[in-house]
Design a protein around this ligand. Structure first.
Ligand code: NDP
Ligand code: 8X3
Length: 252
C-alpha cells in the first residue's frame, strides 16, 4: 500500500510540481484546487506517467463546510493520509496599507490563513487516529520579513509561520511531524495572480536574475518528507542565489 499525500493548490506552480514529485517517489495523491479542468489535466498527466492512484477534489479552501464535507466523505482507504501539504495560497495586490483594497485583504487572509486552518483541522484528527503523519506548510520569505506593499500578504505568511510552530507543539504527543518551507521568489502563476492578470508586471518581478522554479521547492518537499522517522525538519528558508532578502535582489 502506497503512502498518501493530500496537496492543496495542486493545479499550478509549486503544488503541481510537488504532486508530480511525490507521485514519482510512490505516493498516492489527493489533489485539491478550484479549477476543475486543471485538476483533471494534472491527474491525467500523473496517471500517465506514474503507477500511483490519484483522487481529485474540486475545492475552495475558503469554504469551511465544503472542506469538512469533502475530507470527511473520503473513502476509508483514502483517509489514511500520511502527508498534508498546505500549499494553496496567493498574494493579491501591492497597495500600501492606507490604500489597501478590502477584498484583496480578505482573499489573502481567507485563503492563506483560514483555508490552511480549515484543511489542517479536517486532516489532523485522521493523522492522530493513525498515530502518525506529516504536515508541511508552505510559508514564504514574506513570513520572516516585510517589504513595501507586502503588508497583509506578509501578515498571512507570518501567521502560517506561527501556526506551524504551534501545530508542532500541539501535535507532538501524537507523533505527527510538522514542517515549513519558506521560499524566496519562485516563478509560477503567483505574480500573475498578484498583479491581477497583468503579465507585463508579473514578468518584471523575475527580470534580470534566475528565480527559483517550482521543481526546486518540490525537491525540498521530497527531502523533508523522506527523512527517517526520528527526524523532523522544522523549517527551511530557500532563496534564489541572486536574492538575499525580500528587497535585495542582484539583477543584471
Ligand atoms: P500559483 O498561483 O502558481 O499556485 C497557487 C495554487 O493555489 C493554485 O493551484 C491555486 O489553484 C491554489 N489556490 C489558490 N486559492 C485557492 C483556494 N481558495 N482554494 C484552493 N486552492 C487555491 O502560486 P505558487 O505555486 O507560487 O504558490 C503556492 C504557495 O507558495 C502559496 O501559498 C504562495 O504564497 C507560496 N509562495 C510562493 C512564492 C512564489 O514566489 N511563487 C514564494 C513563497 C511562497 P486554483 O486557482 O485552481 O484554486
Ligand atoms: C512570495 C515571495 O517575495 O513575493 O511569497 O513575498 S514574495
Amino acid at each position: 500500500m502506497n503512502k498518501i499525500a493530500l496537496i492543496t493548490g495542486a493545479t499550478a506552480g509549486i503544488g503541481e510540481a510537488c504532486a508530480k514529485k511525490l507521485a514519482q517517489i510512490g505516493f498516492d495523491l489527493i489533489i485539491l484546487g478550484r479549477r476543475k479542468e486543471k485538476l483533471e489535466q494534472v491527474k491525467e498527466e500523473i496517471l500517465g506517467q506514474y503507477k500511483v492512484k490519484v483522487l481529485s477534489l474540486e475545492l475552495d479552501v475558503r469554504n469551511q463546510i465544503d472542506v469538512d464535507e469533502k475530507i470527511n466523505s473520503l473513502p476509508k482507504e483514502w483517509k489514511k493520509i500520511d502527508l498534508l501539504l498546505n500549499n494553496a495560497g496567493l498574494a493579491v495586490g501591492v497597495s500600501p496599507i492606507q490604500e489597501g483594497i478590502i477584498d484583496d485583504w480578505e482573499r489573502m487572509i481567507d485563503t492563506n490563513v483560514k483555508g490552511l486552518l480549515y484543511v489542517t483541522k479536517a486532516v489532523s484528527p485522521l493523522m492522530i487516529e493513525q498515530k502518525a503523519g506529516h504536515i508541511i506548510n508552505i510559508t514564504s520569505i514574506a513570513g520572516k520579513e516585510v517589504y513595501p506593499g507586502g503588508n497583509v500578504y506578509c501578515a498571512t505568511k507570518h501567521a502560517v509561520d506561527a501556526i506551524t510552530k504551534g501545530s508542532r507543539i500541539d501535535l507532538l504527543p501524537h507523533n505527527i511531524k510538522v514542517s515549513s518551507i519558506a521560499p524566496g521568489m519562485v516563478e509560477t502563476e503567483f505574480s500573475l495572480v498578484r498583479f491581477k492578470g497583468d503579465s507585463g508586471k508579473a514578468s518584471q518581478v523575475y527580470n534580470g536574475f534566475t528565480p527559483l522554479n517550482a521543481e526546486d521547492i518540490a525537491e525540498t518537499v521530497e527531502f523533508i518528507a523522506t527523512r527517517p522517522a526520528h527526524v523532523n525538519i522544522n523549517d527551511i528558508l530557500i532563496m534564489p542565489t541572486n536574492q538575499a532578502s525580500s528587497r535585495d535582489v542582484n539583477r543584471n
